[in-house]
Structure formats: C-alpha cells, structure tokens
Design a protein around this ligand. Structure first.
Ligand code: PRP
Ligand code: URA
Length: 216
C-alpha cells in the first residue's frame, strides 16, 4: 500500500482551549506564549504515540518482578524548531522529550514572494537513519518553509516516516505539498483552516505567530 500523509487533529479539550486563546486577537503576548507552549506540550504528547521507541524489560517492585516498558535511550530523538515561531512550541515538546537533541533551523519568508530563506542551520551533517525527528512550527501556510525544512532533513538521512510535524494551524496548500513530496509523513495540528490570503496569512488563523510570541 502506498503511504499517505496523515494529518491528526486531536479532539482534546485542552488543545481546543489553548487554540481559542491563541486565536483571540485580544490575547496579550505573555498569554499567547503560554498558549503556544501548552499546545506544544499536548500536540507532542499525541505525536509521541507509536513514534517514541520503547523497549520491553522487567522491573522489580517491592513485592515481585513484572514486565515493564521503557523509552529506549539507544534510539536518537531530535527536535527541530523552525525559528522564530517554532521556538514557541519547543518548551512544551522538550518537557516530554527531555533527552532529545535540539537542532535549530532559522527560516524567514520574503514578504513579497513568500519564499523562505535560511539564516541559521544547526542541523548535523548526517542523522542516524533511525532518528525520530519532531519538527515544530505553529503555522503551515503556503508550505514553503516546511518543504524547505524537510528537504534539508531528508538530504541528511532523515526518514519522513519517522518524522512528526507539530503545528498549530495548518492550511491546505501546505498539506498538499507535503503530501505529494513526503507521503509517509505525519502532521499533528490543533486545526486546519481552509484559506491562505494573498499576503500568505492563514484565515482566520491567529495572525503572525512569531510577532505574537515575541511581542514584536
Ligand atoms: C512563519 C511561520 C512559518 C512560515 C509559514 O514564519 O512561523 O515558518 O511563516 O509560512 P509558509 O508555510 O507560507 O512558508 P515567518 O517567515 O513569518 O518567520 P518568523 O517565525 O520569524 O516570524
Ligand atoms: N505565518 C504566520 O505567522 N501566520 C500565518 O498566518 C502564515 C504564516
């Protein structure tokens, strides 16, 4: 069977709540940041299902021994935040993946062409092919930035089937591009909004995520 892009919108009240807070134009930067942190935490929790590698072992309780499942520390886990806005999701992701390496990728869209350019690339030359990679970026609009990130990752040996994207608002143009290029990929998002306007903003969306996180 051909693998397909899978997009999960977890029906969780905490995710819906923090999305509503983030969408509200009246939410001040300090609370917006908290909302994005919480979304990072709960969406990472969902994304970790059947993705975080485990190993079967045995533990001794005070009374007896019993079978047990632990996170496998031998399999590398990496988080790739797309700067700036992806940094907002990092704290929540890291709280659940404390042993993950963090590789920053700084991308910014040209306001006219909407094409991304890269101003910081801390990716290693090569990833172990077993590496579980979680990419964080709250906005998937035209998809240009995430396509750029995926190209940088896959040319360094990352397997799209072992990669999870955590976003907050995803739009069809981005999902269509990712689906065509990386059918095994999994996306976790709080919502799918249908419209990307002529300025490249998702509507209704939540505005400029980076500006709102950093108060700029
Ligand atoms: C925003 C957002 C994504 C990108 C999405 O970043 O955080 O990275 O736009 O748009 P796309 O799907 O059309 O590429 P931006 O370039 O505004 O930079 P910032 O995070 O520093 O604000
Ligand atoms: N980037 C943002 O920050 N917001 C959008 O709506 C689209 C791209």
């Amino acid at each position: 069977m051909t693998p397909q892009l899978r997009v999960y919108v977890p029906p969780h009240p905490l995710i819906k709540h923090w999305l509503a807070v983030a969408r509200d134009a009246g939410t001040p930067s300090v609370l917006f940041r908290s909302a994005i942190t919480e979304l990072g935490r709960w969406l990472t929790y969902e994304a970790a299902r059947e993705w975080l590698p485990t190993l079967e072992t045995e533990v001794r309780t005070p009374l007896d021994t019993c079978p047990a499942t632990l996170i496998n520390p031998q399999v590398p886990v990496a988080v790739v935040p797309i700067l700036r806005a992806g940094l907002g999701l990092l704290e929540g992701a890291q709280s659940l993946l404390p042993l993950a390496s963090v590789y920053h990728l700084g991308l910014v869209r040209n306001e006219e062409t909407l094409e991304p350019s890269c101003y910081l690339n801390k990716l290693p030359e090569k990833f172990d092919p077993q590496t579980r990679v979680l990419i964080t970026d709250p906005m998937l609009a035209t998809g240009g930035s995430m396509m750029f990130a995926m190209a940088e990752l896959t040319k360094r040996g990352v397997d799209p089937a072992l990669t999870r994207i955590v976003s907050v608002v995803a739009a069809p143009p981005a999902l269509q591009k990712l689906s065509a290029a990386y059918p095994g990929l999994n996306v976790y998002t709080a919502i799918i909004d249908e419209v990307v306007n002529d300025q490249g903003y998702i509507v209704p969306g939540l505005g400029d995520a980076g500006d709102r996180i950093f108060g700029t």
